[in-house]
Design a protein around this ligand. Structure first.
Ligand code: NI
Ligand code: MN
Length: 223
């Protein structure tokens, strides 16, 4: 079984046996996060874009664990320059790992670090033991999510906070476009600007017959 553990904001740890895939590890500077960064022990780190609330502890964790950072070309090179190991890739690329492939898809957003532009943001479809887990990154709704849905999405991790990303109603439409088996909301409540009610999202998405779970910090979803 794959465990999808929510670490707060858009940070998740996917665990299956020895494989520990950490996504957007914004932990140390997130006052709501309580996970011990030292114990995350990732074997692979995925970063959707270079904004602080996604890059987070990725570089330090890569240095400490040896886990490479898989990201779009400019973000991966930036991490490498800071002493991390990296796997540069880009949209359409599908990189094979022992647990299965990780494929990069678009996200409509930006990617920058301290004012320096770092290429395009992305989203990830992680196929772990055959299960498709889609992490949307920061994005608006876009109709090509239907194409991602054709790949088979068992669980979609979707931003719902609005402001910088899609809000609740567009995230409901995204879940439908993706034909997701289940959804878990993310990117809400971390700061006032994105403080929306995840239960409202779940109520609305369940009306479309899609299962929804609001995860507490450090709570896991079994898949
Ligand atoms: Ni962002
Ligand atoms: Mn963000």
């Amino acid at each position: 079984m794959v465990e999808v553990r929510f670490l707060g904001h858009s940070a998740f740890l996917l665990v299956d046996g020895e494989d520990r895939v950490l996504i957007d590890p914004f932990i140390s500077d997130n006052p709501l996060a309580t996970a011990s960064v030292e114990k995350l022990d990732p074997t692979l780190i995925l970063v959707t874009h270079a904004h602080d609330d996604h890059l987070g502890d990725a570089i330090e964790l890569s240095k400490a664990s040896g886990a490479p950072v898989l990201a779009t070309f400019e973000v991966a090179n930036f991490c490498e320059d800071q002493g991390a190991s990296s796997i540069p890739a880009h949209m359409g690329g599908e990189i094979d790992f022992p647990f299965g492939p990780v494929k990069l898809f678009p996200a409509w957003h930006s990617s920058s670090y301290q004012g320096r532009a770092l290429g395009n943001p992305c989203s990830f479809l992680v196929r772990m033991r055959g299960k498709g887990i889609f992490h949307a990154g920061d994005t608006c709704l876009f109709s090509d999510m239907r194409l991602i849905g054709e790949e088979g999405v068992d669980l979609a991790l979707l931003p719902i906070g609005g402001g910088f990303t899609m809000g609740i109603d567009d995230a409901v439409r995204a879940a439908r476009f993706l034909e997701a088996g289940a959804v878990v909301p993310m990117h809400y409540a971390t700061f006032d600007f994105i403080d929306v009610d995840p239960k409202e999202f779940c109520r609305k998405v369940q009306e479309s017959g899609i299962d929804c779970r609001v995860l507490g910090i450090n709570e896991g979803y079994g898949l």
